[in-house]
Design a protein around this ligand. Structure first.
Ligand code: ADP
Length: 334
């Protein structure tokens, strides 16, 4: 994976797993979601019942999977992990649902990408703890209702707007994860440095925290690259100088914008006069999938005030022109 993209590959998943906080009390940041979740779980525990289904939404790398695992740990229940793209047929879901243990947590990552037919089966299962198993084929096929033990779905999505309303309504609680502030990121990095046995100074970690696009996954990844840099070019200590040099090497700029972020802004300003321009045109210009531009780059650019969504498309703000060191054409509206 690129150093800055928010997805993760197999190697990285091993490191990520090692860096995941295990309990709610060790989870830095997201105080609102943490408090809400803590209440939902505590109430269920006192009723001795399974909690409502939980939906977690927000950009990649902010801790949705981590929180799902924490839910299971706090409930002291097993967790089954799967994802929308892995469920292409209703039968895939039926097989999973019919093998769940009582109180088990079913984590459905990227739930918005599940097949339509499976979605319908999921509503029914979430609502009534029941699944219709189809036996036979053609006119002779019959649906045999199968009772399921109560369980909890934890769904994660980068696009809660894409979930059909009936599915969204089955979740009793939705937690919206937002980008982390630099203080929380520094706390996460301090913990990660300790777990990875990396020697680091506070200002070194603060430098990384300030340039991680508010995203723990990126912060942890940059920490490892700065550690590499410090081992090769220094004394192995992650300090401010090592952080600055390494981040420059990996194309992370002073505000934490990465290559994709800057590519989007540059295309907007240099090729489309600042916009507005449609998402798919913009995506083609930067050579990325529209979905990547929309879920990975755009939310952060919007939140930091570089990019504006208008009814006619995406437009660069004055801040974007300034950050790129360009002069906006006179008479632009953005
Ligand atoms: P998502 O599912 O939202 O894409 P993950 O839960 O997989 O994100 O988190 C990505 C990485 O970031 C993991 O290695 C995890 O340890 C780390 N991480 C996310 N949130 C936190 C947090 N609040 N504290 C510490 N580490 C975190």
């Amino acid at each position: 994976a690129r150093v800055v993209d928010a997805g993760s590959d197999a190697d990285e998943r091993t490191v990520e797993a090692a860096l995941r906080p295990r309990r709610l009390a060790e989870f830095p940041g997201q105080p609102r979601v943490r408090d809400q979740l803590s209440l939902v779980l505590e109430a269920a525990r006192r009723r001795d019942a399974v909690p409502d289904h939980i939906l977690l939404s927000g950009p990649p790398g902010l801790g949705k999977t981590t929180l799902a695992m924490i839910v299971a740990a706090e409930l002291e229940r097993p967790i089954r992990v799967t994802s929308g793209p892995a469920i292409q047929h209703a039968g895939d879901l039926a097989a999973i649902l019919s093998s769940l243990a009582e109180g088990e947590v079913l984590f459905l990552d990227e739930i918005h990408r599940m097949a339509r037919a499976a979605e319908e089966m999921l509503y029914l299962a979430m609502e009534d703890f029941r699944v219709d198993v189809i036996v036979g084929k053609g006119p002779g096929a019959t649906a045999i209702p199968l009772e399921l033990p109560p369980f909890t779905v934890v769904g994660a999505t980068t696009r809660s707007g894409l979930l059909p309303a009936p599915l969204r309504d089955r979740f009793g609680f939705t937690g919206h994860l937002d980008y982390y502030n630099a203080v929380d990121l520094a706390a996460i990095l301090t913990r990660s440095a300790r777990l990875l046995a990396v020697e680091a100074t506070d200002d070194g970690l603060a430098e990384i925290a300030g340039r991680s696009r508010g995203t723990p996954r990126i912060a942890n990844r940059l920490l490892r690259r700065v550690r590499d840099y410090a081992q090769v070019h220094g004394q192995g200590v992650v300090d401010r100088a090592a952080a600055q040099a390494a981040l420059e090497l990996f194309d992370v700029d002073g505000l934490g914008l990465d290559r994709l972020d800057r590519g989007v802004l540059e295309a907007l300003c240099k090729r489309f006069g600042g916009g507005p321009v449609g998402l798919s045109t913009l995506a083609v210009a930067v050579g990325e999938e529209a979905d990547t531009v929309e879920t990975v780059a755009e939310p952060y650019l919007v939140r930091e005030g570089f990019l504006v969504r208008t009814p006619r498309g995406r437009a660069a703000s004055a801040l974007a022109w300034e950050h790129l060191g360009l002069t906006p054409p006179s008479g632009t509206s953005a």
